[in-house]
Write a protein of this length. Structure first.
Length: 95
């Protein structure tokens, strides 16, 4: 399990295929924050056959089933977030 804190200037990078999924896995993310606005950035972007944009919500849980050609990243948290931040608890279960 990983614990990550995001605030102004933080982001993650979309993997370029080096970490290709060899088997299906279930990933969970628990967002811990008081209030978050879509315009501040920091959204979880999931790419694949269909693309999704998930905005961190107050104490919310996201569960995904990852397959081939599945990637994700956290968008850059911009200056509009000011001193706001959020924490993500992230883990996975593989078959």
């Amino acid at each position: 399990m990983k614990v990550k804190r995001f605030s102004h200037k933080d982001y993650t990078i979309l993997h370029d295929g080096k970490d290709k999924i060899k088997r299906e896995k279930c990933r969970f993310l628990f967002f811990i924050c008081k209030k978050w606005n879509f315009e501040w950035g920091g959204n979880k972007i999931i790419t694949g056959k269909i693309n999704y944009v998930i905005t961190p919500l107050e104490n919310s849980l996201l569960i995904t089933k990852e397959r081939k050609n599945f990637n994700s990243f956290i968008q850059y948290v911009n200056h509009k977030a000011r001193k706001q931040n959020f924490i993500v608890l992230e883990g996975e279960i593989t078959k």
